[in-house]
Design a protein around this ligand. Structure first.
Ligand code: UD1
Length: 417
């Protein structure tokens, strides 16, 4: 079984060019089927989830060519409406294709989506909204059957600002008849990036980044070139790693605004941060400060995708912190792995009480989801001895060459069989 072998205790020093965003790439790649033309998308990260999405697009008949970080998708050649069940089971975000496929076809059959096992992750908000746009939806033996001769714009209020549902509705609405309004929409920066891409193909979308999004249906779209935004969660992970290990790292391509709530939280945990045109520079003397209490929330709150990393960083703080998870109910399973490395963390319901310890020791640890994998790597970078981190397939879903990036800034990390 492949693993990361890490000899911890080294400072991180140097420059990291932050990869393109996973959560912006996936909906934008899904949206590329809408224009029935050429999409040249730059700064796509080389990660497993992107590879799955590209395989799905190929399966639909798109002509896909990857050259470095640029992907060219010709969606004029689409000749199929069915997304492979196997690929859907591998990645939950494949479900954002439903809205786009339904806007082009009268019937779409989709199997229930899979993905990281961090919670139940239902799709009721997606389906309710598509019904409000005129889709007839039935469920049979693990399949969702959606029919709509022509989707119609609607005024949709979400019960919860789901990121995926907001994206699915936007994609369904781009070519629908009339105006769609999404209220209580997710406000994540990746949705702003999706809006930017869609408007670049001739869609008329506004309001992304606020809680009300407007989409005017159009009948024709055109070719585009687009640059994907940087990945704020990957950047946050490297800041947290540097704050734990000590060092001085410049994260190129991001800024304070892009990091949202991550920036002040890292600063209050002792990281010395500076944001300017060159990026965000993080300096640290490896003395992590406790931060009292932090709760994960939809954007602009603290992101659930940084919860394992912040908990891990606080495990060596000089005092007690509490982290509460409100988005996914099953996101603390990595704590048992961290305990093997000497942390003192008590889980109670959807919160953890973290008592900082002076040192972590090396161990064999197993990741069960993407961000947990990143957190275990961070702990191993801090530990004094050798660690082995398993579950690298999860890490590869979202981190582009994490071992190469970390090694380049001084970490002793290798990928080994
Ligand atoms: C997206 C992100 C993921 C991030 C999450 C929350 C992508 C590809 N993934 O996932 O990295 O952790 O946002 O910021 O962008 N829910 C329902 N019914 C639904 C939809 C969601 O109850 O129909 C619930 C979920 O179970 C969860 C919460 O809403 O508890 C948040 O889910 P959502 O915002 O939809 O997350 P994803 O789009 O799956």
């Amino acid at each position: 079984m492949q693993k990361y072998v890490i000899n911890g205790g080294r400072k991180l020093e140097g420059i990291i060019d932050v990869q393109g965003s996973k959560n912006a790439s996936l909906p934008i790649l899904a949206a590329s089927i809408l224009n029935g033309g050429i999409n040249i998308i730059h700064d796509i990260p080389s990660i497993a989830d992107v590879a799955i999405m590209l395989d799905i697009l190929k399966g639909l008949g798109c002509n896909v060519v990857t050259e470095g970080k640029t992907v060219s998708i010709d969606s004029s050649t689409i000749n199929n409406t069915h997304v492979s069940d196997e690929l859907v089971s591998l990645m939950r975000s494949s479900f954002i294709l439903l809205g786009a496929l339904l806007s082009k076809n009268e019937e779409v059959i989709f199997s229930y989506p899979g993905g990281c096992t961090i919670g139940r992750r239902p799709i009721d908000i997606h389906l309710k909204a598509l019904r409000e746009m005129g889709a007839e939806i039935s469920e049979l033996c693990g399949y969702i059957i959606c029919k709509a001769s022509k989707l119609k714009g609607a005024d949709i209020s979400l019960d919860f600002p789901s990121v995926g549902a907001t994206e699915n509705i936007i994609l369904a609405a781009v070519k629908a008849q009339g105006q769609t309004v999404i209220r209580n929409a997710a406000k994540e920066p990746e949705i702003v990036d999706l809006q930017g891409y869609l408007n670049s193909i001739g869609a008329v979308v506004s309001g992304a980044g606020t809680d009300t999004i407007y989409i005017e249906g159009v009948s024709a779209l055109h070719d585009t070139q687009y640059h994907i935004m940087k990945d704020r969660i990957v950047a946050g992970t490297y800041i947290a790693a540097c704050n734990m290990t000590g060092g001085d790292v410049l994260l190129k391509g991001i800024n304070k605004e892009m990091l949202g709530a991550i920036y002040p939280v890292m600063a209050s945990a002792g990281a010395i941060l500076k944001s300017d045109d060159s990026g965000v520079r993080v300096k640290s003397n490896a003395k992590v400060l406790p931060i009292g209490r932090i709760t994960t929330m939809p954007y602009p709150g603290f992101p659930t995708d940084m919860q394992p990393q912040i908990t891990t960083m606080l495990s060596i703080a000089d005092g007690v912190s509490v982290v509460k998870e409100t988005i996914f109910e099953n996101r603390f399973r990595y704590i048992a792995q961290l305990q093997k490395m000497g942390t003192d963390i008590i889980t109670e319901g959807n919160s953890v009480l973290i008592k900082g310890v002076k040192r972590l020791h090396g161990a064999k640890v197993y990741a069960e989801d993407l961000r947990a994998g990143a957190a275990l790597i961070m702990a191993a970078l801090k530990a004094n001895e050798r660690s082995e981190v398993y579950g690298i397939n999860f890490v590869k879903r979202g981190y582009d060459n994490i071992e190469g990036v970390l090694a380049q800034v001084g970490a002793d990390i290798t990928l080994s069989d």
